[in-house]
Design a protein around this ligand. Structure first.
Ligand code: AGP
Length: 599
């Protein structure tokens, strides 16, 4: 999704801004641009497509300067075009903008007489608004404070005024904006990875106006100088090299064994789960897990496990639907918000609603200091490190790891699991599962051979029962998001109630078969689709060899309770190789963004 960068200092601003934009690429974008003070004139350069296009244009124009702002755009208002790309300029004001101005129609009505609006964006209207206020009061800080009052919705904006040379301003509302300084200058960005500063303190802009000059950094609130909340950068989150792998996704799959260990290291001490909020866990009558996409799929497995192991009523909710499903009162409920980025707008909105309804909010988050982490009452971190590929892999297994710990802990609190049983389960997850995952990674050439055969299909089904069905949801999402093959996840027994009419010899069925409890029933469903010509790929442990299949991805023998970890890595690799053989842009699939910051 959209990303913002700003720089003001001693070094080449064009280079710093392009560095920031490249670091923001992983979030997903379709156009990019920068605006720089070239001497005392503001010059904007923008292009559709990759940052390389903007970079080439900057070279062509010989753009240089020490201060500027930049943006990667993921289209929300208006098509992908140079006309709609940021920065936008109106009068003396040039801005880049993340988020949505929800009242842009109303603002437009007031401003269209005065400004010639040429794009389809809400950003241009916001730019006109700031310029109009600045023209009236001629005070940039006050103008931005007034503009903040008039823009509805969540947003982050970086601004330059053509008559205030070499100064960048930043404001935001419920959308991240981070500022840092080092010996080379001042930096502002929507995402810490975009800041090319040495390991210094970071400031989080919330209600302030940030003012970045070449030699000083200041923050104002209601006209008064203030020092906003600060934090130390997590170096781990800033490391984003492919380390010899052809794609971030493949690299991140290879990291999964270590990620699980790292995640457990944080909360398991001598085999005992230690959460920082032990007492609270006994006080809930029910649990609601709320998330989007992959995080939601981890939550589905969580809801299943928590009910089964701890006997506590637990349901999952699609975050973007939650406001329509929310109960009248959530007191006595634990709302678990799962999010890799911690910035997903739908999940954040659900978290706020749950809190308003008196639920206690537990965030399961990968990014420390992210909005979900800060706004949750209690937090558990997945120690997955920076996940760059749009398709989530290591964050998913890390989320599963935390959710398993939560289920074990709740089961222990409900006296359904003894301390020794808890220790044995944690031990298995820590000692056996990372190695079992490594075994799956070792057979990646074989998975690739199988995947190559399936790369020609245009439709596929994933089937399974129980936990396998929940895994199918994630397996199917992985395939569609990176290979563009249409795929559906089905409860194996549900197919015959209508959907089986879609099965032909051209529709492969991928069956997940890890749960011994439902084995024979799923095998019957496999027979049904085979009888209708489908080619069947089975993913399962040795028992799966007993069923009829066309291809098999054999998982190492583990306790079936933990099979989701090995199965996940197998279906992630499968999706990866299918996409590879279809020539897809694996790390940056079309239309997608890593961090979805609009509702
Ligand atoms: C998964 O591969 C996706 N990229 C997507 O579904 C993602 O999981 C979802 O947007 C939620 O993101 P979050 O975990 O950062 O909140």
């Amino acid at each position: 999704m959209c990303g913002i960068i700003g720089y003001c200092g001693k070094e080449d601003a064009v280079e710093k801004l392009l560095y920031g934009l490249k670091a923001l690429e992983y979030r997903g974008y379709d156009s990019a641009g920068i605006a720089v003070f070239d001497g005392d004139e503001v010059i904007s350069v923008k292009s559709e497509g990759r940052i390389g296009n903007t970079e080439a244009l900057c070279k062509e124009k010989g753009l240089q300067g020490f201060c500027g702002i930049g943006h990667t755009r993921w289209a929300t208002h208006g098509e992908v075009s140079v006309r709609n790309a940021h920065p936008h300029t109106k009068g003396r004001t040039t801005i880049v903008h993340n988020g949505i101005a929800e009242n842009y129609n109303e603002l437009n009505r007031k401003l269209k007489e005065r400004y010639d609006l040429i794009s389809d964006t809400d950003t241009e209207i916001v730019c006109a608004l700031i310029d109009s206020i600045y023209s009236e009061i001629e005070d940039p800080i006050e103008a931005l404070e007034i503009a903040k009052e008039r823009i509805n919705g969540s947003y982050a904006i970086a601004v330059i005024f053509s008559d205030i040379v070499d100064t960048v301003y930043g404001i935001c509302q419920d959308s991240p904006l981070i500022v840092s300084e080092d010996e080379n200058g001042m930096y502002l960005a929507s995402d810490i990875t975009a800041i090319d500063s040495t390991d210094k303190l970071y400031y989080r802009v919330t209600n302030e106006v940030a003012v970045l000059c070449r030699d000083k950094l200041q923050f104002y609130r209601k006209g008064e100088k203030v020092i906003p909340e600060s934090f130390n950068a997590d170096r781990n989150m800033r490391k984003c090299e492919k380390d010899g792998f052809s794609h971030f996704m493949l690299k991140e799959i290879h990291e999964e064994p270590d990620v699980i260990k790292r995640t457990l290291d944080r909360y398991v001490i001598d085999g005992i789960i230690r959460f920082p909020f032990e007492d609270i866990l006994t006080s809930f009558r029910s649990i609601r897990i709320i998330a989007c996409g992959t995080a939601l799929h981890a939550g589905m497995t969580g809801a299943y496990l928590i009910e089964k192991m701890a006997g506590i009523p637990c349901r999952y909710e699609v975050a973007s639907e939650f406001r329509y499903n929310a109960p009248e009162d959530m007191s006595g409920e634990l709302a678990v918000i799962i999010s890799q980025s911690g910035e997903t707008a739908d999940s954040l909105a659900a978290l706020r609603i749950a809190k308003e309804l008196s639920a206690v909010a537990l965030g399961i988050v990968n990014v420390e200091n992210s909005s979900v982490a800060r706004e949750s009452d209690i937090v558990l971190y997945t120690s997955a490190g920076a996940e760059i590929a749009v398709a989530s892999t290591k964050a998913y297994t890390a989320q599963l790891a935390i959710i398993y710990l939560l289920a074990f802990k709740l089961a222990y609190k409900k006296r359904r699991l003894s301390l020794n049983e808890q220790r044995d389960l944690c031990d298995c997850l820590y000692r056996e599962i990372p190695d079992a995952i490594r075994e799956v990674i070792e057979i990646k050439e074989q998975i690739e051979k199988t995947a190559k055969k399936y790369a020609v299909c245009e439709n596929a089904f994933y089937i399974g029962r129980g936990m396998d069905h929940l895994l199918c949801e994630e397996a199917s999402l992985k395939l569609k998001e990176i290979s563009y093959i249409h795929s559906e996840a089905y409860a194996a027994g549900e197919l015959k109630h209508g959907t089986i009419s879609l099965i032909t010899e051209k529709t492969p069925v991928i069956a997940l078969l890890t749960d011994p409890f439902v084995f024979s029933k799923t095998v019957s469903n496999i027979r049904e689709v085979k009888a209708r010509g489908a080619e069947v790929l089975v993913i399962g442990m040795s028992k799966a060899e007993e069923c009829e299949y066309d291809a098999l991805i054999s998982l190492p023998e583990t306790d079936p309770l933990f099979a989701p970890f090995t199965a996940a890595v197998a279906f992630q690799l499968f999706a990866y190789y299918v996409a590879l053989h279809r020539g897809c842009d694996i790390d940056k699939p079309r239309n997608l963004a890593k961090s979805v910051t609009v509702e």
